[in-house]
Design a protein around this ligand. Structure first.
Ligand code: 5AD
Ligand code: SF4
Length: 444
């Protein structure tokens, strides 16, 4: 018996898919990339922007063919999109070939849902509107062998006015630090060298726990785990990025010098309308403080253009922030109204052509800075943790620097899982090329 999972969206979804895979493997299913031979096909969906959502609808339609060829196949759809009001019902009506529809709060019910669907031959719809307790010890099948995603908290309490996440992922729930540390120790024993601590807003970690612990304290605990080489985390909220955290980042040698710090907009007026809780000046000051303590820090960001009411002057503030901070990389998005969020109801929605024009201008600036920063690394030697072969060439091995830059070197698969010093020889927009310095091998 075989399964295939398709994942849209962020790392949080990818991690949920790892849990879904774990449960399916416990039931005796094996992974396949070929949906035509799969007995279970699951789409894990995202709804953060409209575009992702319309793609899912298209994809759900194409699954019908699988059911026609193999009536026994179980077709499921889950994830953030299902948590939206009436979405499950809409899919049940429009896509009767789907067998399972479930949400983000009840993925642990998947085995029962599959059994029920097989026995009753009817669509099983089970979407919890409310988050339950954090469930520990679900089986998990990790998709990477070198770095592992570790959830430290679920949900978000911020309610940025454009964002649907708090509605589909529920309120903030932190995992107990002992559970997190135990999971990471176990990962290290299984050969993992890097962990990515995940949460929608990792900086509010611990606020809901009875014990007195914050994200900085947790990082310090994880930093003490012997045998672990690298710690990453995402996503950070600039408002909650404390001085204490900056000091801890600077002092914890396993924590990588890469911080993803979404700014979203440059204009303080727009930031206020977004409910972000900081001004342009406060953001710039934060970046300064980080660079002061961690001079080699790589800072990446998310930016939205065309938020309701954004004027040309507001947009120029965004450009100004990008020019001043010089982000190592930025994910840029065109504002997409999400039903149920306050911003979708705001007047002064920006016309589509204006949004596109601003987006293009921003993208060009962001990319040119990324490329320039990458070019400056040519000639430098950096430790690289190798993660896998390149998508296009088996003889090229891909890894990352501590600052999260992708590096390609010619080599064989035995490099995977190892850290070697690499001399950077070439820079492209989104990656670097280099060669391993064998003579320095034992330095790392
Ligand atoms: N429109 C455009 N971009 C959005 N994001 C979140 N909601 C929206 C929206 N409605 C972006 C934010 C966030 C990233 C994950 O997606 O920049 O940080
Ligand atoms: Fe959405 Fe804001 Fe929460 Fe991020 S912090 S998930 S943008 S509401």
């Amino acid at each position: 018996m075989k399964y295939k999972i398709e994942t849209w969206g962020c790392q949080m979804n990818e991690h949920d898919s790892e849990v879904i895979a774990g449960m399916l493997e416990d039931m005796g299913y094996q992974p396949t990339d070929d949906e035509n031979v799969a007995d279970v096909v699951i789409l894990n969906t995202c709804c953060v922007r409209e575009k992702a959502e319309s793609k899912v609808f298209g994809r759900l339609g194409t699954l019908k063919r699988l059911k026609q060829n193999n009536p026994g196949v179980i077709l499921g759809v889950c994830g953030c999109m299902m948590q939206q009001p009436e979405m499950a019902e809409k899919i049940r009506k429009r896509m009767p070939h789907m067998d399972l529809i479930f949400g983000t709060h009840n993925i642990h019910e998947l085995p029962q849902l599959i059994k029920k669907a097989q026995e009753s031959q009817t669509t099983q719809v089970e979407v919890w509107q409310r988050e339950g307790e954090v469930i520990e010890d679900l089986p998990i099948r990790r998709f990477h062998g070198v770095k592992a995603f570790v959830n430290i908290m679920y949900g978000c309490n911020n309610f940025c006015t454009y964002c649907i996440v708090p509605y589909v992922r529920g309120r903030e729930r932190s995992r107990q630090p002992e559970d997190i540390v135990a999971e990471i120790k176990d990962l290290v024993q299984h050969g993992y060298r890097e962990v990515m601590l995940l949460g929608q807003n990792v900086n509010s970690y611990g606020k809901d726990l009875s014990q007195n612990i914050d994200f900085a304290d947790l990082l310090q605990q994880v930093n003490e785990i012997e045998g672990l080489d690298r710690i990453r985390f995402m996503t950070s909220h600039p408002r909650d990025f404390t001085d204490k955290l900056i000091d801890i980042l600077a002092s914890c040698e396993r924590v990588c010098e890469h911080y993803h710090l979404p700014v979203q907009a440059g204009s303080t007026r727009i930031l206020k309308k977004m409910n972000r809780g900081y001004s342009k000046e406060e953001y710039l000051r934060l970046v300064e403080k980080i660079r002061d303590k961690v001079p080699q820090a790589s800072i990446t960001t998310d930016i939205i253009v065309g938020f309701p009411g954004e004027t040309e002057a507001d947009f120029n503030e965004t450009i100004d922030v990008v020019q001043r901070v010089r982000f190592d990389g930025a994910y840029t998005f065109i504002y997409s109204p999400r039903p149920g969020t306050p911003a979708a109801k705001m007047e002064e929605q920006v016309p589509e052509e204006v949004k596109k024009e601003r987006f293009q201008k921003l993208l060009e600036l962001v990319n040119s800075i990324t490329e320039e920063i990458n070019h400056r690394l040519v000639g430098r030697t950096l430790p690289v943790l190798f993660e896998g072969t390149s998508k296009y060439d088996e003889n090229i091995i891909a890894g990352r620097t501590r600052t999260n830059k992708i590096v390609h070197v010619p080599g064989t698969k035995d490099l995977i899982g190892k850290i070697y010093p690499v001399r950077i020889t070439e820079a492209q927009m989104f990656s670097l090329s280099g060669e391993i310095l064998k003579e320095n091998q034992d330095l790392f």
